[in-house]
Design a protein around this ligand. Structure first.
Ligand code: PLP
Length: 399
């Protein structure tokens, strides 16, 4: 449906994949098919569509041309069979859980997952007879130790949120194959611009498109991309039945956002590196972790697995949580807000915000210490961001 050459590179795919000029009026920008249903020209046509013999549209929960453009675009960027857009990132996460696990099954996941992705599994899924173990997946041995005869799914987030610890995707694909598990990767932090887990053997990739893909902090949404048709159908059946689909207008906004993903990502990660170097040298800063710094303990893996270090960094101050609090309230240009991947730079405190639902003991084992501050770097001028951090840090006093 699009007219991309098969070898089109990432930035070209972001702008054109899944979209062709509108055949009715030639509109360059994709039309928004803001409709709940589609008219059939005859009873035969309606019946043929329901029977799957005519590929035309039926009803927006089952499919819609604007949503389809987004699904085709992200599937092309991830290198998957097809995409499935969802109403939120959590709808993508729970669709994966509900589609790929059954009563009696067990899942192994990254311990420092996005908080609600872990909490929903630990709190809600035991009611359906599904159990889980969350381990440090950066160590392949820990994954192997956690696998039981009931394990069916390996669920990874890399780099992990908010610790920025990487998990080796190739090693995970190998383990998954050996133990007959499905491998699902939450690729929100990198976006397909920096990392494409399906290329290294993952079965399903998912995103909170709320973050880098949309990029403008004005949409909540998600997407799943499966490696093959069989997995796509397993996910699609549940998504359309449980109903957590995306809306056409939401899909249009995300498509619009993705066109600038490469430019935003390049800009934000260049700024993130400068900010990380500034923080690394600052006397108030006790520790910092950023995949672009030589000091990141998994630098080799960063270079092997990612096309760039990304725009997230985390650090702690010598003044601990007390100092973090002053910094978080002292910044003026950075916004004290959760989320990431937008053009605005955000700063947050995971232990009391995004990861507050996880027990303190488990948070600490996962490295989400009380002093940890996360910054999601946006697209403002980097000197302005550094000046803001500088002024807020100079006001930090020890307890
Ligand atoms: N996965 C990751 C890595 C996230 O950071 C988030 C949200 O912050 C989600 C999933 C959930 O996405 P949403 O908030 O769009 O439901």
């Amino acid at each position: 449906m699009d007219h991309l050459p098969p070898h089109a590179r990432k930035a070209t795919r972001a702008i054109h994949a899944g979209q062709a000029p509108d055949p009715t009026f030639g509109s360059l920008a994709p039309p928004i098919y803001q409709t709940s249903t589609f008219v059939f020209s005859s009873v035969e046509q309606g019946a043929a569509r329901f029977a799957g013999k005519d590929p035309g549209y039926i009803y927006t929960r089952l499919g819609n041309p604007t949503i389809r453009m987004l699904e085709d675009n992200v599937a092309a960027m991830e290198g998957g069979y097809a995409g499935l857009a969802t109403s939120s990132g959590m709808a993508a996460v729970t669709t994966a859980y509900l589609s790929l696990l059954s009563s009696g099954d067990h899942m192994v996941g990254t311990e420092a997952l996005y908080g609600p992705s872990r909490t929903v599994m630990e709190v809600e899924f035991p009611r359906f007879g599904i159990t889980s173990s969350f381990v440090d997946t950066s160590d392949p041995e820990k994954i192997k130790e956690a696998i039981t005869p009931q394990t069916k799914l390996l669920y990874i987030e890399t780099p992990a949120n908010p610790t920025l610890k990487l998990t080796d995707l190739e090693a995970c694909a190998h383990i998954a194959k050996e133990h007959d598990l499905l491998l699902v990767v939450d690729n929100t932090f990198c976006s397909p611009y920096l990392q494409r887990p399906l290329e290294t053997g993952a079965d399903v990739v998912l995103h909170s498109v709320t973050k880098f893909l949309n990029g403008h902090s004005d949409v909540v949404g998600g997407i799943l991309v499966a490696r093959n048709e069989e997995l796509h159908q397993r996910l699609r059946t549940r998504l359309v039945s449980f109903g957590g689909i995306m809306d056409p207008h939401q899909a249009w906004l995300v498509l619009r956002g993705i066109k600038t993903l490469p430019a935003r990502m390049e800009w934000a990660q260049a700024s993130a590196l400068k900010i990380a170097r500034f923080l690394e040298e600052h006397p108030q800063v006790e520790w910092i972790r950023y995949p672009g710094l030589e000091s990141h303990p998994q630098r080799d893996l960063v270079l092997r697995q990612q096309d760039g270090p990304g725009a997230l960094l985390c650090f702690g101050l010598r003044a601990g949580f007390h100092g973090a609090r002053q910094l978080l309230e002292g910044v003026e240009l950075l916004s004290l807000a959760v989320s990431l991947g937008g053009v605005e730079s955000l700063i947050e405190h995971p232990a009391s915000m995004t990861h507050a639902g996880i027990k303190q003991e488990e948070r600490e084992t996962a490295g989400i210490t009380d002093d940890l501050i996360r910054i999601a770097v946006g697209c403002e001028n980097v000197e302005d961001l550094i000046e803001d951090l500088q002024q807020a840090l100079s006001a930090v006093q020890s307890a």
